[in-house]
Design a protein around this ligand. Structure first.
Ligand SMILES: Nc1ncnc2c1ncn2[C@@H]1O[C@H](COP(=O)(O)OP(=O)(O)OP(=O)(O)O)[C@@H](O)[C@H]1O
Length: 268
């Protein structure tokens, strides 16, 4: 992705954030679905990307991992422009649809992706080790030889997550990883996300439209209708709005944005 501004090239930041966006916009079809986004995702933390269905969370994630067309503005990921080939091995991305082969076992699924990531005979030991570790990370060791097609929805999601963990990515982008899971599995997955951030220093960007999950994040990006309503910690958001929960804070910010929009209409 390109920096479209006319400013001179910036000097490389020795310690860049995981993601830095400025004046970011995305057009899909004939619609501008993201506009005027500016934010920073710090490293080593869990940042939640929250907002109602259709507000643009998946589009923003696709832009960050470099698979979205018609992106303008500045979008740097791990110090490089989003989509740069050198970022491929440094980012793990899990889409909403689990990308697993039903006719392969859990281990065979992982072996397949490990062979793409670490090809060649010389890497056989590394492949075996990384597959075994990724299966253990998502707590599927006892199901390693089960066919993916025979797993539950939550287990299949965890196979997808294991695939993303194979390359020990610095940035893990997870699009609604807990959707449709029962409360126990959701809790366990969030524990795993926190372990990954704390033990490996991995940055996690996790989208959700379930506001109670916001409370589990270190930082939040709150979105509505393609725009950013807030970029803050859950505590700061609650304090700033006088709300008891992030959900109430979000609703407060939505009402304020609607009121500001109306005031602008009447004065123009
Ligand atoms: N191919 C497309 N052409 C035009 N508009 C699109 C296309 N795909 C998505 N959109 C629109 O872009 C907007 C953002 O969609 P996106 O999938 O990013 O939202 P989301 O917040 O991830 O939603 P959800 O939580 O339901 O997955 C939506 O209004 C959607 O209708």
């Amino acid at each position: 992705m390109v920096n479209y501004s006319s400013e001179p090239p910036r000097r490389p930041d020795p310690d860049p954030p995981a993601v830095r966006a400025q004046d970011l916009a995305v057009v899909r079809g004939s619609r501008t679905v993201l506009r005027n986004l500016g934010f920073t995702v710090p490293r080593g933390q869990i940042t939640g990307l929250l907002g109602p269905s259709g507000c643009g969370k998946s589009t923003l994630m696709r832009a960050i991992v470099g698979t979205q067309a018609k992106v303008t503005g500045t979008l740097d990921v791990l110090g490089r422009p989003a989509g740069h080939p050198s970022l491929r091995a440094r980012i793990g991305y899990v889409t909403q649809a689990p990308s697993v082969y039903d006719d392969l076992t859990v281990r065979q699924n992982l072996d397949y992706f490990a062979a793409i990531l670490h090809p060649g005979r010389a890497a056989a030991g590394l492949r075996r080790e990384s597959v075994t570790r990724a299966i253990a990370d998502v707590d599927l060791t006892s199901h390693a030889d089960a066919l993916a097609g025979n797993l539950s929805g939550g287990q299949r999601s965890r196979v997808s997550l294991a695939v993303a963990l194979l390359g020990t990515p610095e940035l893990l982008v997870l699009d609604e990883p807990t959707v449709g899971l029962d409360p126990v599995l959701r809790r366990d997955l969030w524990q795993l996300f926190h372990d990954i951030a704390a033990e490996r220093g991995t940055t996690l960007l996790i989208s959700s439209h379930v506001m109670d999950e916001a409370e589990r994040c270190h930082r939040l990006l709150l979105m509505r209708a393609g725009e950013l309503l807030a970029d803050d910690t859950p505590d700061a958001l609650r304090d700033r709005t006088g709300a008891d929960t992030v959900e109430a804070a979000f609703l407060h910010l939505v009402d304020a944005a609607i009121a500001a929009g109306r005031a602008k209409e009447t004065t123009s």
